[in-house]
Design a protein around this ligand. Structure first.
Ligand code: UDP
Length: 338
């Protein structure tokens, strides 16, 4: 139904903000819930610039049950909730495990309680291919085993997935989709929203763009002695706008499903790209040279992983529309503007 309300926790973040834009584009009314601990308030204005509508937002910490209940009770008729709000840095999670369990699991508990209390029955959850851990094969389907987590961050994703599955089993009217992202890159084609890493980036893409801009002196490629085509790690890089659109489709899928249950979807392109291939493609599309060197392996990196995303394609009627080159162009365009 046009104009239906969709609550979006973490809606000012990287994937959240792009999803808010796509919800508007699809005719929904997103309501952002974000305490800006890992995002910027001006992102809200940027969303308004793109969509020509000022989004409603609530500056609330999702761990604050009183505040969340006070807010959600005003949106009892919401179609559903998309839950992005979480801490997401693997390295930081090793340093601050309590914070990660408290925030990621605590926030989800609060959200699930609020949804139950106010009769909101559809949840889209932001998960990660990190749940597959050390994979047995480079390509993973939703049936591939969930392996023991190698970081507190990874374990919170596994635990949150389990909690949602149990909740869906316990409440017959509650449905959820668990979206396992591969490597989101790119930015909105307008250049108005994109990734805003705090401090030194952990992820490859922002490290590349910051090096190209001169913020970082040099990119280090973490190992070129893996058993892959050029020795560097292989990942599945997906444009953030394609990823955002999948959330809208996942919500529509829940809304259309007669039987409420919990479904899992891989969200990737299905194509593996090595670190060196990504660097070369970035240089070519943006007509520049990147300062990089080969360094030692990073602890915990799997050699290669990419998605079998056929289930999402079929069930959600979703497919990636942007190319890798589009994503690399949009990432650079965004970096130049910030
Ligand atoms: N990587 C790299 N240099 C960096 C950051 C990342 O070579 O400064 C590599 C990393 O080893 C991995 C790939 O880039 O193979 C993607 O890493 P990222 O942290 O972006 O995502 P991950 O797949 O680890 O979640």
């Amino acid at each position: 139904m046009q104009g239906e309300i969709v609550l979006v926790t973490g809606g000012a973040g990287y994937i959240g903000s792009h999803t808010v834009v796509e919800l508007f584009n699809a005719g929904y009314t997103p309501v952002i819930i974000d305490d800006f601990r890992n995002s910027q308030p001006w992102v809200i204005d940027r969303i308004a610039k793109i969509t020509k509508v000022a989004p409603i937002f609530h500056a609330i910490d999702c761990q604050d049950q009183t505040a969340v209940f006070e807010m959600v009770k005003n949106y009892k008729n919401a179609l559903g909730l998309i839950h992005f709000a979480a801490d997401k840095a693997v390295g930081e999670s090793v340093q601050k495990p309590v914070q990660y369990y408290q925030n990621n699991i605590g926030s989800l508990c609060t959200v699930l309680n609020a949804l139950k209390e106010f009769g909101i029955n559809n949840l889209v959850f932001s998960s990660s291919c990190t749940v597959y851990g050390e994979t047995d094969t480079p390509v993973v389907t939703e049936q591939s085993p969930v392996k023991k987590a190698t970081s507190p961050y990874g374990d919170t994703k596994i635990t949150c997935e389990k909690l949602i599955q149990f909740n869906a089993e316990a409440l017959q009217y509650f449905g959820a989709t668990l979206l396992r992202y591969f490597n989101p890159i790119g930015a909105h084609p307008s250049g108005l929203i994109g990734e805003l890493p705090q401090g030194v980036p952990n992820n490859l893409m922002p490290y590349i763009t910051q090096t190209a801009k001169g913020i970082r002196e040099k990119l280090t490629v973490f190992g070129d002695d893996y058993n892959t085509k050029d020795g560097t790690n292989i990942r599945d890089y997906i444009h953030v706008v394609d990823l955002a659109k999948a959330h809208v489709k996942a919500l529509q899928y829940l809304d259309d499903s007669a039987e409420k249950k919990c479904s899992i979807f891989n969200l990737g392109t299905g194509k593996g790209t090595s670190v060196l291939e990504l660097i070369i493609a970035f240089e070519n599309i943006n007509q520049l040279k990147l300062n990089y060197e080969i360094g030692p392996r990073r602890i915990g990196d799997v050699a290669q992983i990419y998605a079998n995303a056929e289930k999402a394609k079929e069930a959600l009627d979703w497919a990636c529309e942007f190319t890798l080159e589009d994503a690399l162009k949009h990432s650079w365009n965004w970096e130049k503007g910030i």
